[in-house]
Design a binder for this molecule. Structure first.
Ligand code: PXL
Length: 276
């Protein structure tokens, strides 16, 4: 069985970061080891959330794993809370990367043109270091603009997006997968570029009338799980788009759904290995 490690926070209630990465990656038949970077009572869209920083645990966990001889088929970083966590994640990548270990970086820090609470432009600049080490980066449009010092545009055209992909791959990753690609008002999905071939790939599904928190983490986790199951980048991105869209569709259809995240639990059977 493939084993990955994912490094991100645990928001105790919120259906984002580790509380979606673990069930999704497990459902896809891949062992998910975790390094929780912080414990929050909820994600940061609630007011009054608690936050316990776990930065001081990262090096001792990695040192123990090294001693035990654990290895990983992928290292996947999500929401990180500080420069130090970026530095420690980079060190862990350098330490644990074998020739066939894939590195996935979701540079979580912003959406809809705005940085999340607690993030600034210096953090975005620092995040470039992790992107340089990645095989696949998965920013949304706002994060991509921040990573490339590009003014954000709400409705970018194809020329803007392909130039953005050029700048993202110039940071060093083999693949840049840009989420939130919306070539028509009723379509949403990804536009991606592979640095080695220059090939550009697009995939969209029907856009749903509502946005939910945590869908970027659901997309990224599914893409990681798909590639660990041997899917190509294109197949994994398509699976991740379809799964995320289904999670949103089911949430909208459920009158009792939570407002802070999607009903990914109901959609999980889609990902159980034989369904891939
Ligand atoms: O979904 C990304 C995310 C992860 N973790 C925490 C967050 C967010 C987005 O706001 O607040 C704690």
């Amino acid at each position: 069985m493939k084993r990955i490690v994912t490094i991100q926070d645990i928001s105790c209630i919120g259906k984002c970061s580790l509380t979606v990465a673990l069930p999704i990656i497990s459902a896809m038949g891949v062992e998910a080891a975790v390094i929780p970077t912080a414990v929050l009572s909820t994600h940061t869209m609630f007011s009054g959330f608690t936050f316990a920083d776990l930065t001081d645990q990262i090096s001792p966990i990695a040192a123990h794993w090294k001693k035990e001889g654990f290895t990983f088929d992928a290292i996947y970083t999500g929401y990180l809370g500080s420069f130090e966590q970026i530095r420690l994640s980079a060190a862990l990548m350098a330490d644990f990367k074998k020739s066939d270990t894939r590195i996935f970086v979701d540079p979580v820090m912003a959406d809809n043109g705005t940085l999340y609470a607690g993030f600034d432009l210096k953090f975005a600049n620092e995040m470039k270091q992790l992107c340089a080490r990645a095989d696949v980066i998965m920013p949304n449009l706002t994060e991509a603009a921040l990573l490339t010092n590009t003014p954000w545009q709400e409705n970018p055209d194809e020329a803007f997006l392909t130039a953005l992909l050029d700048k993202l791959t110039a940071l060093g990753p083999e693949c840049a997968v840009l989420t939130g690609y919306s070539p028509a008002p009723d379509q949403i999905g990804v536009i991606a570029k592979k640095a080695s071939t220059g090939a550009i790939f697009r995939y969209t599904t029907k856009k749903q009338p509502k946005n939910y928190h945590g869908t970027g983490d659901i997309f990224a986790s599914t893409l990681v799980g798909g590639m660990m199951n041997g899917l190509s980048l294109e197949q994994a991105a398509k699976t991740a788009c379809d799964f995320t869209a289904e999670c949103i569709r089911l949430t909208i259809a459920n009158p009792d759904s939570r407002t802070y995240g999607v009903d990914f639990e109901t959609a999980l059977p889609m990902l159980i290995k034989n369904g891939l």
